[in-house]
Design a protein. Structure first.
Length: 721
């Protein structure tokens, strides 16, 4: 049977269409063929922008002797991990159980019924004693299957049981409670590994710590965590974002960030660019800029410029023909990594002329090159742009000249899959960073796709939708709608609520709490796992919870899910930072911050968290208040002196409130409180904290008063949106 990847939807699979290996896709027909022919399966999993996937392709999959062995003795299957995350997760568990680590390309030998025999990642072609190379390993397994298949089946049965146990493992037992202490302990756990010199955590290699920084910003802007811990988190955030922006991992010329840094200083990147990384960083830089806009205006401006660069890159290089956002740019160009992005001093001089030396100084260029060959550490004669210090810059026009020249070089291949979940995170990042128009435009496109398909697809390619969305697709898309609603209000909360209903219907574990990563209709390999741990993207359970906390804050399944993951939050706080963000919101909505044993009765939130002032400096907004059945809050003139009236105060700007009418029975149901605030004129963007104080009551009792603090941004009419 010939290689069948020529017509695959996945660009990664099509990259292997000309291999002499007779690759097949993962289909029921392919799996049935393995059983019928009684052949083991060789399963290779990767993604289009993966550098080491390309290396193994060139070394092994295009090697005729390897192809001959694989074609004769195995059914060979290629899987795009971004297309089928369920298959990737199942066999990555096997890899991690066998080797203690993971990565791509993933290389797994299976029995005909898909049980793992041997699992690993990249294997070199030839032996490197004491480790066998891929060719000899393939020949040995082929021989064993012919001569002693019972031994391999016994190994595979035991291995499969281990994978199933790991897949379905519940959180460890704990006697802890949902409390602020877990959040503070988690932030201190990050502190212990913080690199005070370079930012980030641990040594090389360094990945952007999206979820940790998200936790720090949420804790800083909330009121639950101890002040010293909040300040520590903010400092770690600012240092990390600043050092990343100055490092080679940041494409200061073209915008956006590369996947990760091979060193501890953020200088030497692996050059693939992932949409998921960049939209998360977009939100972080935008939110960080807002957090320090008053206290550190120059730093805030620098962070906002980084966010703008990410958006410019997305619009220029990642927009598909249908306006959706594609998933990745390759690390390699013409068989070499990073050639589009690195420069010799001579190449800079050819573009900038007598301005070149100033540019070299600003970005640490040398004649021998600051870009080192990864395996030997030797200089290559090429340089990546690494800003010397935060104040050392060159005019943007110089960078634009160089970018124009760079665009004439061979460009990395783009993976045109538009993954639903990553586009949902893009909507959220755009909204958080103030690019509201772009967020609305993208959200409307995805809303139309969901309406047309009657479901959330896994991805869209050239206008065609493929597959059923997994939990992360639906949760991330709903989260994009939630963050958009925070900014502009309108229908987006209702749209998020519909997606939340789908998540509860298709993915929720009613007996135990928590969401499965795959739905009831998805293929099941070794059971259904619950994605509680953060990966390069936040865990799907955490984002599903954040959606629920926004659109249905009183739903008891929120607490049940948090409790089902409590053991993981206690044991592995750095891997569950996104769940700690949900716990923070839970604690803010609790009767008491110590113990957080019950959810607040009344839900209070801003209709829109950013409002635009008129030419007179006044801006109008609304506070949304939801009082559940059988409860009420007191109006402005309660019938008894000891009852606490509804009170709204403004800190930072002068404001006025239009309180709702009420009688002796108080205020019930859902209602809105219009307000107006006046800008001081000192800045185009000003902050205001709104305090809403109220007392929940029934006919027979009243609880102590509660105060909810809401963060509001007010923009001048000429300010950037």
């Amino acid at each position: 049977m010939p290689n069948q990847l020529q017509t695959s939807a996945s660009p990664y699979l099509r990259q292997h269409a000309d291999d002499p290996v007779r690759w097949q896709e993962w289909t029921p027909e392919t799996l049935e063929r393995a059983i019928t022919e009684n052949k083991p399966i060789f399963l290779s999993i990767g993604y289009s922008s993966c550098h080491w996937c390309h290396v193994m392709q060139h070394e092994s999959f295009q090697h005729q002797a390897v192809a001959d062995t694989l074609n004769q003795s195995f059914v060979c299957i290629k899987v795009d991990r971004e297309e089928r995350p369920d298959i990737d997760e199942a066999y990555m568990t096997a890899v991690q159980l066998q080797s203690g680590r993971g990565g791509w390309p993933m290389s797994v030998f299976l029995t005909p019924d898909c049980k793992p025999i041997l699992a690993g990642t990249y294997f070199p072609l030839n032996d490197r004693p004491p480790n066998p190379g891929f060719l000899s390993m393939t020949m040995q397994i082929a021989a064993l299957w012919k001569e002693r298949p019972d031994e391999l089946l016994e190994v595979a049965n035991e291995f499969a049981l281990q994978v199933q146990t790991a897949t379905e493992r519940e959180a460890p037992r704990t006697f802890s409670e949902l409390s602020v202490g877990l959040i503070e302990g988690g932030i201190r756990d990050f502190e212990a590994e913080f690199d005070a010199k370079n930012g980030g955590f641990g040594g090389a290699p360094k990945f952007p710590p999206h979820c940790g920084l998200d936790l720090f910003l949420i804790a800083f802007q909330g009121a639950a965590v101890d002040s010293a811990v909040r300040q520590s988190g903010l400092q770690m955030t600012m240092k990390t974002l600043e050092m990343m922006a100055m490092g080679g991992i940041h494409d200061v010329m073209g915008g956006g960030f590369h996947r990760y840094s091979t060193d501890a200083e953020w200088i030497l990147p692996h050059f693939e660019k992932m949409l998921s990384d960049n939209v998360l960083l977009l939100g972080l830089y935008g939110r960080a800029a807002q957090a320090i806009r008053t206290s550190q205006p120059e730093r805030a401006k620098s962070f906002q410029n980084v966010a703008t660069g990410i958006v410019d890159w997305m619009n220029r290089e990642m927009r598909g023909s249908d306006g959706l956002l594609c998933s990745a740019l390759d690390a390699d160009v013409e068989g070499h990594e990073g050639t589009t992005y690195v420069w010799s001093t001579k190449e800079i001089t050819e573009v900038l002329g007598d301005r070149a030396e100033q540019f070299w100084w600003a970005y640490q260029f040398t004649e021998i090159g600051n870009f080192l060959e990864e395996s030997t550490g030797q200089p290559t004669g090429k340089n990546v742009l690494c800003q010397r210090n935060v104040d050392e810059t060159v005019p943007r026009e110089w960078l634009d000249e160089l970018l124009e020249s760079r665009n004439k070089r061979p460009q990395p291949q783009r993976d045109d899959k538009c993954i639903t979940g990553w586009n949902g995170l893009a909507i959220a990042g755009l909204a958080q960073a103030g690019f509201v128009n772009e967020a609305v435009e993208l959200a409307e496109k995805w809303l139309e796709i969901v309406k047309t398909e009657g479901k959330v697809p896994r991805f869209v390619m050239n206008g065609t939708a493929f597959g059923d969305g997994f939990l992360d697709d639906i949760a991330y898309l709903a989260f994009g709608f939630v963050e958009l609603h925070r900014c502009v209000g309108g229908k987006w909360k209702q749209d998020a609520s519909k997606l939340l209903d789908s998540m509860f219907e298709l993915f929720y574990d009613e007996p135990k709490g928590g969401f499965f990563g795959s739905s009831k209709s998805h293929e099941r390999l070794f059971g259904r796992s619950k994605p509680f741990f953060d990966q390069p993207v936040p865990s799907a359970n955490s984002i599903a919870l954040r959606v629920a906390q926004y659109v249905a804050p009183s739903d008891p399944r929120i607490r049940k899910t948090l409790e089902s993951s409590l053991g993981w939050m206690e044991r592995a706080p750095q891997a569950t930072a996104s769940l700690l963000c949900c716990l923070h919101e839970f604690c803010l909505n609790a009767d008491t911050l110590e113990g957080a044993s019950s959810i607040r009765i009344v839900n209070v939130q801003l209709e829109i968290s950013e409002i635009i002032a008129g030419t007179d400096g006044w801006a109008e907004g609304k506070i949304q208040i939801e009082v559940p059945p059988n409860w009420h809050i007191n109006g402005q003139k309660p019938p008894l002196k000891w009852l606490i009236p509804l009170r709204i105060d403004f800190n930072g700007l002068m404001g006025s409130v239009e309180y709702p009418d009420s009688d002796d029975s108080g205020i019930i149901g859902e209602f809105e409180v219009p307000f107006a605030v006046q800008m001081t004129g000192k800045s185009d963007i000003e902050e205001c904290e709104i305090s809403v104080t109220y007392q929940p009551c029934t006919e027979s009792e009243c609880l102590p008063e509660e105060t909810r603090r809401l963060a509001l941004l007010v923009r001048a009419p000429h300010g950037r949106k």
